[in-house]
Design a protein around this ligand. Structure first.
Ligand code: CDP
Length: 226
């Protein structure tokens, strides 16, 4: 990657509610990197599917919709944002209706091709932390900075309930892990962190330790103890 890009990506993958978003946000803040939530991009397409009453199991209809909608990915104030029909969808991205269809929508190859290209483009803007399902395996397979955060199903369901969301975490995980295109996997070379019994600080510390081991700070010309 370093041959093709000026900038580097830290890939954080894992199942639903494993704590990867929080860890990625903290890490990005601590290191001053752009934070990219790739799930929001899939959620935005899923929201368009819901709003336009498209059947998510009809991949041809989803692809047709993809051609009609106006969708942009950008970075504002150090965070990725998705703009659908000129506005930020905001909280609607985490609605129950979106939770229910997003994994089906994310399994459509054309949806993935479009969004993976947009995700790679963002690396032209600066060093970044990107979290998702296939960041270390598909989007940036050459990055040495790969982390896979997991947690027990019980802990993950508890976390989602605490956020007040109706979210079939296990059903989404099954769909994400079983799909043909870019399934959720531990990418080659990724360090696995089980967050079930860890505080967020401990997860971030484990991620920083990996970056130290893999030479991130030397590469950035910084001291290894941020
Ligand atoms: O935050 P949470 O774990 O609930 O999920 P998310 O990151 O917002 O992603 C929502 C859904 O988008 C996932 O269940 C996947 O189906 C899909 N997704 C994906 O396929 N690939 C990614 N890189 C990110 C998300």
């Amino acid at each position: 990657m370093s041959d093709l890009h000026k900038y580097d990506a830290i890939a954080i993958d894992g199942p639903a509610a494993s704590g990867k978003s929080t860890a990625a946000r903290r890490l990005a803040k601590e290191l001053g990197l752009i934070m990219v939530n790739s799930g929001e991009m899939y959620r935005t397409v899923a929201l368009a599917v819901v709003q336009n009453e498209v059947d998510p199991s009809e991949s041809v209809a989803v692809v047709n919709l993809l051609e009609e909608i106006d969708l942009h990915c950008a970075v504002e104030k150090g965070h990725s944002v998705v703009i659908l029909e000129g506005t930020h969808p905001g909280e609607a991205l985490r609605s129950d209706a979106v939770n229910a269809v997003v994994s089906q929508v994310a399994a459509v190859p054309e949806v993935r091709n479009l969004l993976v290209a947009a995700q790679r483009e963002l690396l032209n803007l600066g060093d970044l932390v990107m979290e998702g399902r296939d960041i270390g395996s598909v989007v940036f397979p050459d990055t040495p900075y790969k982390i896979y955060i997991e947690a027990s199903e019980e802990v993950r369901n508890q976390r989602r309930r605490a956020e007040g969301q109706v979210d079939e975490v296990s059903s989404r995980d099954r769909q994400d892990a079983e799909r043909k295109n870019s399934p959720l996997v531990v990418a080659e070379g990724a360090q696995v962190i089980d967050s079930s019994e860890l505080s967020i600080e401990e997860v971030v510390e484990a991620a920083l330790a990996l970056l130290r081991d893999r030479g991130w700070f030397e590469r950035k010309g910084e001291s290894a103890t941020p």
